[in-house]
Every structure is written in C-alpha cells, then in structure tokens.
Design a protein around this ligand. Sequence first.
Ligand code: BG6
Length: 292
Amino acid sequence: MTSKYLKIEESNGLQYLKIDNPLAQATVSLQGAHVSWWRPKSTTEDVLWLSTDARFEKGRSIRGGVPIIWPWFGQHPTDNSYCIHGFARVIPWELVKSEDLKNGATKLLLRMVPTQEVKKQLSYDFSLELIIIIGESLSTNLTTTNNASFPFVISEGFHTYFYISDIENIKIKGLESAVLTDKVNNFKKDIEGDVITFSGSEFDKVYLNNSNDCFIEDEKFNRVITVKKSNSNSTVIWTPGENKAKKMGDMGAEGEWRRMVCVEAVNALENNVVIYPGKSHTIGSEIAVQEY
Ligand code: BG6
C-alpha cells in the first residue's frame, strides 16, 4: 500500500518523506525516523519548533521536531562515548508501508535497520517499529519487540520540541503534584507545586510515575497544545536557557531558543521498561492544537 500524498526526496545523502494530505503537511527524515516538521492546515502558526541551525547530516540528530529517545535516556549508563539519548535518532530506518486513512490522514510504518555500530552498542536481538499518523493531530507509536531469550530494559520516548510565542508567555498544565527529579539541581527529588511557568533560565525536570496528558497554554498564540500519552510514565520538561543554548551551537539565532519548549512523553530513570522474551511494548503520544 502506498499513500498518494507521499513523496520521497533525497538531500545530502539522506532521504525524507514529504507528506501533503488534505489535513496536514509533514516531513519525516528516514535517518532517525524523525518528524522534523508537521503542521495541520487548520492552524495559524507552526506547532513543532525546528532550529534554523538544525543539521541534516549523516549521523547527527536534528535539533527540533520529534527526535526519538531509545534505548537509553541521557548518557549511556556505562559508556560516555555513546550517543546521548540512544542511537535510534541517528541511524537509518526504512519505510515499510504508507497508507491513506478514511479521515484524510496518512499512516506511515517505519522500521529501524540495525547497523554494525548498533549491534556493538546493543548485543541482544530486538526489533523497533514506529507508526506515525499525520493528520489534524500527530500521533506516534513506538513498538519494541524482544527477540532475545532473556528480558531486557529500555528507556524510550519522544523528545518533542514545541513552537511557542515565548518561554515566559506559556504555562504547562497536567503535572501539578507530580514527583520530579531536577537535572539542573543534581537530580534532586521534589514535588511540582503548581502549573509550570518559566523564568527564562535552564529548566530540566523529569516527572516520574505520571501518565497524565500535558497542556501547553500560550496566550499570545491564543492556543493550547495537548500532548496525550499512552504507556508513558515519565514526562520531561526542558528549556536550555540563554547560556546553555549558546553553548549547544545548533539552537539557532540569538533568542531563538525562547520560542521552544520540550515536553517529552518518555519512560526513563525508575520508569524504565522491562521487556520479556517474545513480548512487545508500545509507547505512544498524540499532539493536537486548539486555537481560541
Ligand atoms: C532533555 C534532557 O531530554 O534533552 C536535557 O533532559 C538535554 O538534559 C536535552 O540537554 C537535549 O539533549 P540533546 O542530546 O538533544 O542535546
């Protein structure tokens, strides 16, 4: 099956799936199965943030859109030379199937192609598939299957960058009273008191044992973005702040970082997932926008 709304383009040795259907437009990089852009046709502003300095190069993660975190979160537990947040976002995936749905959305099925480097970093047998549905909402479902003869443990998630009017204009709701680990404060445990607002400095917290949906309220853009989660028990909220953004080197022009916030549907730290032999596990996220 092939979608009539899909075109495959090549640039700089990498392949991109370009979707333009009655409901939305999107670009998906086959390297990393990375949705770098998605915009429902009904919205006034972009929904995902993509840095103007994003590098579309072999082996590099794209700064913006929806990078995939898998099979570890942050640094590798024992080897710092391995890619932060795992290798899924920087290695090749293949398009298995594309399909037009009755409601006008486009469904893509992608599968990771394990490279020699991957086999070195993860010796056990697995398969990893991603279903992306591009429509009025953007849904992503990542399925890990254990083909080995013993259980293994993974972190996983969607490191989504959202486009906002300004970091100091927004509120994030849904995580009130959640237990958190503050990465900026030496992984100190705390409890979120209230709706989240930002001062403009670095904010990097992992909310644990929490499967709530999140809402990004942006009064300047007159909209609420909803991030629905399924089988995700942690949520990361991240903004780099001025100093870290400067050091990172791919966050765009001065002040561009202020127009993004990451709300990441993940399973990380104590919410890592054990997958038993012959079993599969799927984490999902669905993003939608409501303008008012
Ligand atoms: C967040 C982490 O998920 O990703 C932050 O909590 C990290 O600590 C950020 O800085 C960006 O990571 P990367 O590897 O894409 O630069």
